[in-house]
Design a protein around this ligand. Sequence first.
Ligand code: ZN
Length: 428
Amino acid sequence: MSHRLEWERVWSRCLAARVLIVAVIAAASACTSDSVSPDPDSNPPAAAPRSPSLNGDLRIYRNPYGDVNWSQDLRLKAQHHDHVARTFALPLITAYDAAGYDVLSLMDYSGKPSVFYSLQERPWPPERWVPPPILAALVNIKLFIPNGEEVGGDWHATSPFLTTYIEVAPAGGSAQPWQYRDTRDLLRLVRELGGLMCLAHPFNVTYEHLEDLRCVEIYNAFGEAAKTELPGNSLQTYDGNAALVAHWDRALAQNQDILGIAVNDHFGPGAARTATINPAALDSGKIIVMAKAATLDAYRSAFERGAFFAIRDRGIVKDRYPVIFSVSAGTTFVSIETNGNVSWKTGGSVVADGPVLRFAAIPANTKYVRAEVTDNDGSIVFTQAFVVRPTGDADADYDVDQDDQMICDAVRQGRESHPLRVAACRAI
Ligand SMILES: [Zn+2]
């Protein structure tokens, strides 16, 4: 043990020297070589010399947009939570198509046989569920996602990409292979059956302890519409959508892999325009996924990498929220090219304002940063979390020790080729 401690001291001294060398090289080479942007017009400002402070040794370990080709990838507008699959609601599919959606979840409440509004089968494949005249008339929708709002557990959750039906087990009875007991069990079952569970509108719950969770709603149009459409609902006085973002931040501190989505949930483009509803609240939750192709596989791959934006679209005219033209992560900064106002955040606090975040500005002990891009309508484009780790931390466990040295030796010898590890060792 003492041998290891001594070794770590040597390694960290060595590392500090290397960081200084890297800082000098980075300052000299400005941003041409360390930018990974494929866009030759993007022009981040020259990197400042890194300060030798505690903060100076943090870097972006994983950029969720690292595999995006900004000039070629598709920008698929998608909806992961609205109740279009119940028989009388099927015309809503036409409304989503007219609103320019490329991807739509085919879903409704599901998995609780004791309530009348819950489906007892998976509405999949679409050809079996959606009438041919509706399918034949689609202009924009390129693919449907199998999905459902699972309502049998303690909390509601959506189950994108799951193609089979699941339900809550009857109290006291034994669980069948398609049945679950509680939310934790539901998470496990969805993962094992090939889905990706996403917590639905956790306005009043925190969820740091849900290990299998990969996704959560961070904006839900229901939270806005309830202010006028649901008299007596606690969301009239409680800012549920602010709570969703705060809960996401708390969970990201524990698990930086949790993706954040924005959804419509009953208040999509085909929802009734009542006399009281704020038209800005309608169709105000959506995501834009940077997919390599308009196929379910390519879409899922991009979604799981986090190569998408969650949009709070608060314009009266829709789809005028800020555009993200590109995201570039270099060795000393990450930058967003956009026509909106960028704010970089972690743990509910602003780290920096403006399109460029220098790693030297990231506070000590930070595990992630994310950006919010805003406009004058009150719209917000949320990026997914950029994972932050110390320079030299090749295994992403937030320390720099012998394990990292072994990984980097393996990289140098060609025995280790994982892109994140190669990049981590290159950054030393
Ligand atoms: Zn719902």
